[in-house]
Design a protein around this ligand. Structure first.
Ligand code: ARG
Length: 460
């Protein structure tokens, strides 16, 4: 048992088991740099406001930077008795500079301090995530450009539906990750708010200048209500919501890569460097990366569930429950960053089996809609055309062939409107090329979509 920085009103030391139970140092020690950054700004503000002497602030800054160096060179000693990173740093500072350190906590509380540290940390990490998503979008466009012209079946209900360009399929993911990036950019505007000065919950009697602290730490905004400030974890919920949605996208992408790697599809091969073998089956080459990504999606969604259920029943203002925000936040940040990074590395190393994907567009009646469109263009109401095309499909199925294998006479049997040009009309390439509507899969459209993406990304 040791003397606590808050021990004044206690007549007994803390039980060891309580120290171990309440300590968060193993988790929140990663906030050290932001804690020090925040404390330096706080001490500078206090000096400017005449709350402490200029020399005291200078001494504090020097000492805090020494503590930072100790942490970074591994000589810093952690101790459960000191609870969290804030207490560790303050107590180390006291060892270095003596009594002056004991003025550092004037006009602030750990409640607003931890909010500041977490926001500084998450602001940095959100920017890393935004940059990562931007890089990933570039990698996806590059893959779409590299495989431009490759056709594949598009699916609904996992049944072959209509042919599409592989590039079009990739650009669908480009859109998803673009929205994800926007969500993080939007979340950042609410993460990037300066909370220090709310103190424990009610503000402080000292003549602090919160806007000056915001200026020093480059926050565009200062939080408005001191109670909300120390109780608010919306910014973590928002980050983890955006992260969960992004992970859903990664998980769907992964599911497709896994399916496409199976010999039943054989649409792609993931490079040897990004797959693993089996310890028993020599033939195996397993898509472990997408599988793990799919699994990690559950983990990030779990982190979101953790934070929203932690906060949902809390009365105003700060409650110690809020210390439990960090494990899900840190795990969510780490997991998402690792997933973005591995995708950026893996995607360029995917080989697309263009012959296989093309062949798969040529069986399964992917041209049935186009037969109906052909008739409708010639004046038949679409509903009737749909039914005629359906009869043609049933007839071909019965014969065990595709529509393109029927004779001109057989075709004419379904409708007098059908001319021999139907056979060119029903090829994969013709079908893809005709889908020129905005957002469609025609090569001319996909080329424009890729050009737009390259422009949005600021070049290749
Ligand atoms: N370690 C706490 C947290 O992470 C901050 C300390 C607030 N503690 C307190 N007794 N008010 O939320």
């Amino acid at each position: 048992m040791s003397a606590k920085l808050w021990a004044g009103r206690f007549s007994m030391g803390t039980d060891k088991a309580v120290e171990a139970f309440t300590s968060s140092i193993l988790v929140d020690k990663r906030l050290y740099a932001h804690d020090i950054q925040g404390s330096i700004a706080h001490s500078k503000m206090m000096a400017k406001q005449g709350i402490i002497e200029e020399e005291e602030a200078e001494l504090m800054e020097k000492g805090l930077l020494e503590v930072k160096a100790d942490i970074e060179n591994g000589s810093f000693v952690y101790d459960d008795a000191l609870e969290d990173i804030h207490m560790h740093i303050e107590s180390a500072l006291t060892e270095k500079i003596g009594d002056t350190a004991r003025k550092l906590h004037t006009g602030r509380s750990r409640n607003d301090q931890v909010a500041l540290d977490t926001r500084l940390y998450l602001r940095d990490e959100t920017r890393v995530v935004i940059d990562g998503l931007k890089t990933l979008r570039g990698v996806i466009v590059a893959l779409a450009e590299k495989q431009f012209g490759v056709v594949m079946p598009g699916y609904t209900h996992l049944q072959r539906a209509q042919p599409v360009l592989f590039s079009h399929h990739m650009m669908a993911y480009y859109e998803m990750f673009s929205r994800d990036q926007e969500r993080f950019e939007d979340a950042l505007t609410r993460i990037n708010v300066m909370p220090l000065g709310a103190a424990a919950l009610a503000g402080t009697t000292y003549p602090i200048d919160r806007h000056y602290v915001a200026e020093l730490l480059d926050f565009p905004k200062v939080s408005a209500n001191s109670m909300d400030t120390v109780a608010d974890r919306d910014f973590i919920m928002e980050f983890l919501s955006a992260a969960s949605i992004a992970m859903v996208h990664f998980s769907r992408f992964s599911e497709e890569l896994i399916l496409w790697s199976a010999s039943e599809y054989h649409f792609i091969e993931i490079s040897d460097a990004f797959t693993t073998g089996s310890s028993i089956m020599p033939q195996k080459k397993n898509p472990d990366i997408p599988e793990l990504v799919r699994g990690k999606a559950g983990r990030v969604i779990g982190s979101l569930m953790a934070i929203i259920t932690q906060v949902k029943g809390l009365p105003m203002a700060y409650n110690r429950d809020l210390q439990e925000d960090k494990p899900p936040l840190f795990d969510g940040v780490d997991t998402l960053k690792a997933v973005i990074d591995i995708y950026v590395r893996m995607l360029p190393n995917i080989k697309v089996m263009a012959d296989v994907t093309r062949l798969s567009t040529e069986t399964g009646f992917l041209n049935a809609t186009d037969l109906a469109d052909y008739l409708a263009t010639k004046g038949m109401p679409f509903r009737e055309a749909h039914s005629v095309a359906g009869k043609a499909v049933a007839f071909a199925l019965d014969k065990g062939v595709e529509l393109g294998d029927l004779s001109a006479d057989e075709m004419k049997g379904f409708s007098e409107l059908i001319e021999p040009d139907i056979f060119d009309f029903l090829t994969t390439d013709a079908m893809v090329e005709r889908r020129t509507s905005f957002g469609g899969t025609a090569p001319s459209r996909v080329r424009k979509a890729m050009d737009q993406a390259i422009a949005d990304l600021g070049g290749r």
